[in-house]
Write a protein that binds this ligand. Structure first.
Ligand SMILES: NC(=O)C1=CN([C@@H]2O[C@H](COP(=O)(O)OP(=O)(O)OC[C@H]3O[C@@H](n4cnc5c(N)ncnc54)[C@H](OP(=O)(O)O)[C@@H]3O)[C@@H](O)[C@H]2O)C=CC1
Ligand SMILES: Nc1nc(=O)c2c([nH]1)NC[C@@H]1CN(c3ccc(C(=O)N[C@@H](CCC(=O)O)C(=O)O)cc3)C=[N+]21
Length: 292
């Protein structure tokens, strides 16, 4: 039996449409157009593609896009000074600093400089803490996207499902595990020190892979009928000098066993951008109508 392919591209289009409607309603009511600032340090070619995609889709959703491309040798102080200017800029409601940053910059200090009200990545201690406590705040985009995709496959009620998250980063693994727990799943978090990863995978009704290792999760690790959400974005070399994107799951093997699976590209990636636009509108609404 072959898995249902979860169409992240189509689902993301719907989510972006909702963000566009909310942005238009806010502008009609208050005259304020939500604005998103993206900061990229250095010229990593893959990151440049994401930044370009984000800018195009932000404008298409009726929001303002501000791009700041800084040289790879930009100092931490100059980067923090830019973040502080964006914090103070009334046209900017959301700030995203693309990770990873070059090695000479302490990313914790940069994230701490972001106004939590504009932290559309949900990385500041204020937003991360609210997520742990279950008290709202801005929630990281990729984890939100994972939950939406899992619900597309399983329906809105995820309660009681066995969920395994591979990866425990602040950007993806930890928040996705918290969101699954909030949906009343029974959650296991695996990482580089986990023993018998394959055995853990085989118990999972929902498997989220956020590792950054191309095709690490094999088909025979997957419980028949499971929902597989592949967060990995890995560029690998192909014959003829070309490259291609693959996830953290061996897709061709996995789709023979899983009940539903997200492709790479066209799965979680587009959802990340769609949820970023939603977070930008949410941030703008709160900044325009505090307490509303
Ligand atoms: N689709 C999208 O929108 C997005 C995709 N990504 C992609 O998702 C992937 C993960 O990103 P991110 O979370 O930022 O990555 P990090 O490198 O920050 O985290 C990777 C995690 O994987 C764990 N890990 C590493 N090797 C193994 C192993 N052999 N077995 C089990 N666990 C392992 C690490 O464990 P430990 O903690 O022990 O070191 C760590 O927790 C990347 O491919 C990235 O490009 C990221 C963001 C958005
Ligand atoms: N502060 C921060 N927040 C992030 O959310 C963040 C980050 N830094 N650093 C890098 C990762 C990676 N990431 C992606 C977003 C969209 C796609 C995406 O749109 N992918 C498409 C197209 C990919 C392509 O074809 O190039 C797809 O998978 O179909 C991919 C990857 C966000 N990240």
């Amino acid at each position: 039996m072959s898995a249902t392919i979860i169409d992240g591209k189509a689902i993301a289009e719907t989510v972006r449409g909702e963000a566009a409607d909310r942005a238009a309603a806010l502008e009609a009511a208050t005259g304020v157009k939500p604005g998103l600032a993206v900061v990229l340090v250095g010229n990593d070619p893959a990151s440049e593609v994401y930044v370009r995609n984000k800018a195009r889709l932000t404008v298409a959703a009726g929001m303002a896009s501000f791009e700041h491309k800084l040289r790879a040798n930009t100092s931490e102080a100059d980067l923090i000074a830019l973040v502080e200017r964006l914090n103070a800029d009334p046209l900017v409601h959301g700030i995203l600093v693309q990770m990873p940053l070059p090695g000479h910059i302490d990313s914790d200090r940069v994230v701490l400089a972001i106004d939590p009200a504009k932290d559309v990545d949900g990385l500041t201690p204020a937003n991360a803490g609210r997520l742990v406590l279950g008290r709202g705040g801005l929630v990281p985009c990729t984890p939100q996207g994972c939950i939406i995709l899992a619900k597309h496959a399983l329906g809105p009620d995820l309660a009681g499902k066995e969920a395994l998250v591979i990866g425990r980063s602040i950007l993806v693994g930890k928040p996705v595990a918290l969101l699954l727990q909030a949906e009343s799943c029974t959650v296991t978090m695996a990482h580089s020190k986990t023993h018998d990863l394959a055995g853990h995978c085989r118990r999972a009704d929902i498997l989220v892979a956020a590792v950054g290792r191309p095709e690490m999760v094999k088909g025979d690790w997957i419980k028949p009928g499971a929902v597989v959400i592949d967060v990995g974005i890995n560029r690998i070399a192909q014959e003829g000098g070309k490259t291609r994107l693959v996830g953290d799951v061996a897709y061709e093997e996995a789709r023979e066993v899983a009940g539903a699976i997200t492709p790479v590209p066209g799965g979680v990636g587009p959802m990340t951008i769609a949820c970023l636009l939603q977070n930008t509108v949410t941030a703008a609404e709160a900044q325009v109508r505090p307490g509303a």
